[in-house]
Design a binder for this molecule. Sequence first.
Ligand code: F6R
Length: 616
Amino acid sequence: MCGIVGYIGIRQASPILLDGLRRLEYRGYDSAGMALHHGGALDVLRRAGRIDNLKQLVQEQNPQSLAGISHTRWATHGAPTDSNAHPHCDQSGKLALVHNGVIENYQSLRDTLKQDGHTFSSETDTEVLAHLIGHFYDHGNGDPPAAKLVAAVQEALSKVKGTYGIAVIHTDCPDVIVGARLGSPLVVGLGKNEHFLASDVSAIVAHTKDVIYLNDYDVVTITKERYDVTSLEGGRAKVKVSRVDFTEDDAEKGDFPHYMLKEIYEQPNSLRNAMRGRLSRDEATAVLGGLQMTPQELRQIDRIILSACGTACHAGMVGEYLIESLARIPTEVEIASEFRYRNVPTTKDTLQFVISQSGETIDTLAALREARRKGIKCLGIVNNVASTIARETDGGIYIHAGPEIGVAATKSFTSQVAVMALLSLLLGRIHHMSSTDGIEMIDELEAIPDKITEILKQASHIKQIAEKYAHVDGMLFMGRLINYPVALEGALKMKEISYIYASGHPSAELKHGVIALVKPELPSVFIAPHDAVYEKNISNIEEVKARKGPVIAVATEGHPNIEKVADEVIYVPRCPANLSPMLTVVPLQLLSYYVAVARGCDVDKPRNLAKSVTVE
Ligand code: F6R
């Protein structure tokens, strides 16, 4: 949430900052701004709304500068107005700051600063931090300005409670940008005669592939020629230069009108990447070296907790079905934001997985830290390899889905499910699964990507259905067993990008209350593949039809009987029930996408949302 980009070097800063912000816009799009050094003063440009508004201001003012910081905002404190937009300045107007995170004790700091004569022009916690750093700078010793700025940042940050990724500049030292992080990601980009700061490598990958992922409590100083990382207390910090393994094109839309559609279409490939090198026919199992656990250690596990938020949590729910049915290990899904405050019973051989696309979701990170406090071994199922969760877990499984930019998660869901399937294959083989069953599962897993390609060929049929129902106010999503989480995921996708109220239910729960909602204006989407409960799903569809509710069904090809009861049918290829969520979810992704497009919604940037949720 919120995106930061900083640049110092030999090129004009504002185009680099604008381009970086555009690539970070998925992190928030309530307002955007930048501050640039200019002739001993600061040019501060800020605008409420999308980055295009800021771009227009930049075009009007055409600021000339070789160094600056910038920000795209997801509002936490204060409305999305010009005055609440970052950067914020200190009392002197000589220091500017951009911030991602939340300063929890900002009210008391603000009161103290006010007593000292500080006046504030915004309602944000960030402005308080700018003033606090400015205060310590103005009361600093006789060090050179750059050293004084670093000391002021360190002193101010030692007084704040909360989370931050920040970038700071001061007119006294125009050749320096200072950054720091705690709980919110910050990356340093290394160039020749130039350096960058960013919340995410995608903002700077067009300029450099050599980066340093800062750790919590790191404070970094960048100049044109060098960088210097210290810890908040002042000592030298450990630094590792990493090479980014994706290109700027991976994070581009290409010929697709939206990132979401591009990412839906990437799924055959992203699934191949999730499984590549991880299936062993010789041993009829999955090879997951990242777990860093021996078969003996894996065999001892007597309970598994899967902790995640949103879509990743739905993938975890699919994982619960998979692990329990294939490996017979009791498995519980815990919503990460609840787990962190609950006191979940565990055993000494409990294993926890945290599942997160971004690897930065603060609630999931807190669930990980809570598990570790309790001495539970905690592994990650993560997409973003350099993320905080990836670095803090004891090991895990990367999903290798590539950059997911669309705010609505799509390919990360199917890849998380694929990884859950690999995990349950591995655990199943350690317990009761025969090698014949293992090989059969490998065959079926390897066939999934091509089956998704077949589903994608039905996009125009799904678009027609979407356009027919795009005007409705609500939708129900029904599924059973392993497809119940898919119903939840379908409802979440519909809500978040089309703003149609939608809810997901186990189909048989209909008659326990939900059926009261059924009426001709409320379509129900049934996920009804040809599995053990197919006939039961058909009965539930009949119950809806008897009350004149329209029904859209996702069914298995070769079983056309469903057309007698459902108004619309979208077929997916045959596959074992356990793996069906990777197929059945795809029509629901496309359905929500085309409904949102038909309603004129901003698919990639749905209102009020941001992709990486780094606030609690
Ligand atoms: C929904 C969506 C969110 C995320 C959730 C967790 O489309 O994207 O529900 O799934 O915020 O995010 P990660 O996986 O990054 O932890």
